[in-house]
Design a protein around this ligand. Structure first.
Ligand code: SF4
Ligand code: SF4
Ligand code: SF4
Length: 363
């Protein structure tokens, strides 16, 4: 039997083995688009396309948890599908399962320690210099210059809850894959793939180095955002540029409502209502309820925010939405001692909240 490190298994070998030996019906992963420039999260049905499959490409064209939710929400796939998810996407998927927006049946989950991604608009397959710098950073366990601020400060970049985990940091993206098999399903798969699941992948010291750098960056990001948001004026001015397009909520894996409350009839006003508000204030910025939308979104989903950065990636006016949600979310989560996506069996705080909790905030 091959051990993990003499398997010499490349990513292409691994994906081929998923089709040939695990007999999956499809593989969902980041894939090169025919233009040769951009990538998309794609469900591949054919082994012939695996050369185009680049699961570790440092971009997030969509939050994969949202894609997997669409794939499984109505019913589980009839055959096993292998899905590649970054750690934050896997945590988002766990949250979606808790709110019955996704099913795990017949999913085979593969994840990897994640060195982060660049803003989607700023990375292409032909950006050789950037990609070389990224490869070097992965091998050295450093943050690569230019990755998104939330990635730079992401401290939960090692997957929890995958069937197979791949360890790249401190090893490199072009080395034979270092695989581990945390779940029973993963261990079964190891047998089928002819690999020894009892071998533990040695933790690279580079992981620890990166974790420390990120912890420091997280502290700096929190301080910066808390200063920016200080007082009501801070919050209003940070969202001054907001054009109310709501793209941040459409891209967010956790904002799952088919009909967003803020796009509902409740927020359709008659002219008299506008005149009344204009009269009270002397002027009324249109469209209305810009800041209320963000406050509402925060109150709806900040306990489950996994700080994936997707909302910030899509914001057309460069508001640091994900940094704000990460900072506010981390605070709210600490209050309930809750880490979104960590433990699939832990119920959402909103479901277990008791009236007697948080009485200190009542006055
Ligand atoms: S937030 Fe960034 S670094 Fe963290 S898991 Fe997601 S993509 Fe990777
Ligand atoms: S609010 Fe932003 S950072 Fe948080 S889960 Fe949604 S898209 Fe990701
Ligand atoms: S994506 Fe940006 S501009 Fe659009 S609603 Fe969200 S914060 Fe405002």
């Amino acid at each position: 039997m091959q051990t993990l490190f003499d398997s010499r298994m490349t990513m292409a070998d691994f994906i081929a083995a998923l089709f040939d030996k695990l007999e999956v019906a499809g593989v969902a992963a980041i894939t090169k688009l025919p233009s040769g420039e951009k990538t998309a999260y794609t469900l591949l049905a054919d082994k012939d396309d695996i050369e185009d499959c680049v699961p570790y490409f440092p971009a997030m064209p969509a939050n994969a948890a949202r894609a997997v939710s669409k794939l499984t929400r109505e019913a589980p796939p009839s055959k096993q599908v292998a899905v590649f998810l970054r750690p934050c996407e896997l945590r988002a998927l766990t949250e979606l399962v808790k709110i019955k927006q996704a099913l795990l049946d017949n999913l085979f989950i593969i994840s990897f320690d994640c060195a982060g991604v660049f803003p989607f608009q700023e990375i292409s397959l032909s950006d050789e210099a950037k990609l070389k710098a990224y490869r070097d950073a992965v091998a050295d366990g450093k943050n690569c210059e230019g990755i998104r601020p939330v990635c730079n400060a992401c401290t939960r970049f090692v997957p929890e809850g995958a069937d197979i985990a791949i360890s790249f940091i401190g090893r490199g993206l072009d080395e034979p894959l270092a695989l581990s098999f945390p779940s029973e399903k993963g261990k079964e798969a190891a047998k089928i793939l002819g690999l020894d699941s009892s071998d533990n992948v040695e933790t690279s010291p580079a992981l620890e180095t990166l974790a420390e750098a990120r912890k420091k960056a997280e502290g700096e990001l929190t301080k910066k955002i808390e200063e920016t948001l200080a007082g009501t004026d801070g919050l209003i001015s940070v969202f001054d540029k907001c054009i109310s397009c709501h793209a941040c909520s459409y891209a967010c894996p956790i904002c799952y409502c088919k009909n967003c409350y803020f796009d509902s009839q409740t927020f359709e006003y008659f002219p008299e209502s506008y005149f009344a508000r204009m009269g009270e204030k002397g002027a009324l910025r249109l469209p209305v309820d810009r800041v209320l939308f963000h406050l509402g979104r925060l109150s709806h989903m900040s306990l489950s925010c996994v700080a994936c950065g997707m909302c910030e990636d899509v914001c057309p006016v460069n508001i640091p939405v994900a940094q704000i949600f990460k900072t506010a979310g981390t605070r709210a989560q600490a209050l309930f001692d809750y880490i979104p996506g960590k433990n699939p069996d832990e119920p959402l705080p909103l479901l277990t909240y008791a009236e007697t909790e948080l009485e200190e905030f009542e006055d």
